[in-house]
Design a protein around this ligand. Sequence first.
Ligand code: ADE
Length: 230
Amino acid sequence: MIIGIIGAMDEEVEILLKNIEIKTIDEKASMKFNSGKLWGNDVVVVRSGIGKVNAAVCAQILIDDYKADKIINVGVAGGMGEDIYPGDVVIADTLVQHDVDTSVFGDKLGQIPRLEVFDFKCDEDLIKLAKNACEKNTSCNSFVGRIVSGDQFIASIEKIEWLKDEFNAISCEMEGASIAHVCHLNHIPFVIIRSISDNASNGAHIDYQKFIPIAVKNSTNILKSMLESM
Ligand code: ADE
């Protein structure tokens, strides 16, 4: 079984690349695909770049060229729940692309036009593994809920309120739902695990810089514990 592991930024894959026993590295679509063994599993680790298009291209290459059987996306995200703080872990159960809007045709906001589903559901077994990993790791709180993705860094109270009201989201980032979309089209099980770097509100970009290291550490620890139990 091959597990594709995607992080959008260097910071999000750094610890993974320090720990992987590399077999091959090849470059496609300006991304480096690092194949090898990580914490007992055959994996391909790749930094996709930021945003939905980069993440979608990356996921499709993992599926087509590396025959990934499952895909896990780790990294940081904005937290939108009252009690969600930097360093906390969010496991997606469903994902929606919040920047999709064909409402003029009567579609709900976030609905991919003419697709049979509204949201993308993470694999239940992978969610369970992630939850178990969170229970073992008592140093951070964890939440399961909807993550929304869009090609925007969210940094305003108004936008958060809208994302909560419209999508019932607990967290936002810029890749998860597009990876989910690709996995849905290809029938590949996936899960998105993020740790909070900021509260997506005014000044989020300042917190983001400050809390990235702890957020990356926490999401990576959850992934490590998951991989060790697979
Ligand atoms: N990733 C981390 N924080 C984010 C935010 N506030 N908006 C979008 N993506 C993020």
